[in-house]
Design a binder for this molecule. Structure first.
Ligand SMILES: Nc1ncnc2c1ncn2[C@@H]1O[C@H](COP(=O)(O)OP(=O)(O)OP(=O)(O)O)[C@@H](O)[C@H]1O
Length: 277
């Protein structure tokens, strides 16, 4: 299946697609590193409120998609749209021209990203990690940012750790702070780049639980890259299998995990789900 049916009903109990425009759209996007083509005229869409997981072999371009959206990587060709606006371009006299720094900053503020390595500020308390960007970049009053920060810490179950420093927390707790921090700027879209792969196995569950709650209780758009297939199956409305910088196959978790159509998808899933076979 190459395109999600826009009138599909529900998945995981959520009405995800009905009548909604794509909030993310990659239109024939090319990304190269030197001669290495990482995204090969990629067409890809995520609808407003949809939870989409990208899976695929190492090097297939999964993280690059997230990094492009976060404006951490430029594109070589094509157009990326966020909320209907070009991300890496601006309109001038009906022509697309390269985006200004100001445009990039404004577009970026619609997205929050959770990184594999947490990326917390080590010299700031947990609460300050959450208030810094809203106060310094978003112009939010300190008291308001602290109130919102405490609400987010409450949500990820860490309100009692507000005055600690990151190194005093476990990896799982640090990543829960990472999630709260990404939410602090009130993004419309949350990106997760292998959020549990740097964690000891016993700490994975607490982080996945927080992400699952976010997915179930909020109308956020979520785009995830994860190797946790069981989790991907539970949390996603749609799974995209990437291979060599393109979408090889996409569909509901049921379609992808129980009846993949492409041989490449079958082989990949077999390798990750039954590694000892
Ligand atoms: N800054 C860079 N310079 C050169 N090559 C890069 C750079 N970033 C990524 N690449 C290459 O681009 C390809 C795609 O990388 P990407 O991180 O998107 O893959 P991925 O599908 O997320 O893989 P993994 O599952 O291993 O994280 C890889 O071959 C990688 O080596």
């Amino acid at each position: 299946m190459n395109d999600a049916n826009p009138d599909r009903d529900t998945h995981n109990g959520r009405d995800v697609n009905k009548g909604r425009d794509p909030i993310i759209k990659f239109d024939k996007v090319v990304k190269r590193f030197g001669d290495h083509v990482v995204l090969d005229e990629l067409d890809f869409e995520v609808k407003r409120g949809e939870k989409v997981t990208i899976i695929g072999p190492s090097g297939s371009g999964k993280s690059t998609v997230l990094r492009i959206l976060m404006t951490l990587e430029e594109i070589n060709d094509g157009v990326v749209y966020v909320g209907g606006q070009p991300l890496w371009h601006q309109w001038r006299r009906e022509q697309l021209i390269p985006a200004s720094e100001q445009h990039l900053r404004q577009m970026r503020s619609q997205l929050g990203m959770v990184f594999q390595q947490f990326n917390l500020f080590p010299h700031m308390t947990v609460l300050r990690n959450l208030t810094e960007a809203p106060v310094q970049v978003g112009g939010v009053a300190k008291a308001e940012a602290r109130k919102r920060g405490m609400e987010l810490l409450e949500m990820v179950g860490l309100a009692d750790q507000a005055n600690k420093y990151p190194h005093q927390l476990s990896g799982g707790q640090q990543q829960r702070v990472g999630i709260a921090r990404a939410l602090a700027m009130r993004p419309k879209i949350m990106l997760f780049d292998e959020p549990t792969s740097a964690l000891d196995p016993e700490l994975v569950g607490e982080v996945l639980n927080v992400i699952r709650t976010l997915a179930d209780e909020h109308d956020l758009t979520m785009l995830l890259v994860t190797h946790e297939m069981h989790f991907a199956r539970q949390v996603s409305d749609r799974i995209c299998f990437f291979d060599k910088g393109r979408i090889k196959e996409q569909g509901t978790p049921e379609e992808i995990f129980t009846a993949p159509k492409e041989e490449r998808t079958r082989a990949f899933l077999k390798a990750v789900l039954d590694p000892d076979d």
